[in-house]
Design a protein. Structure first.
Length: 49
């Protein structure tokens, strides 16, 4: 949780709010890859990219 707090303070003080959607999308894609890494859906997800 300390990392998230420091990241938020960095974005807030430097006014880099445009990074928030990028971080959110990267977290979503990372979670999708982790959750479907060993499942039968993996070949379909990899074909999207």
């Amino acid at each position: 949780m300390e990392f998230l707090k420091e990241l938020w303070l960095f974005l807030k003080t430097r006014k880099k709010y445009w990074l928030m959607p990028l971080i959110f999308i990267l977290l979503l894609l990372g979670g999708l890859i982790i959750l479907t890494g060993g499942s039968a859906l993996a070949p379909f997800i990899y074909s999207l990219f």
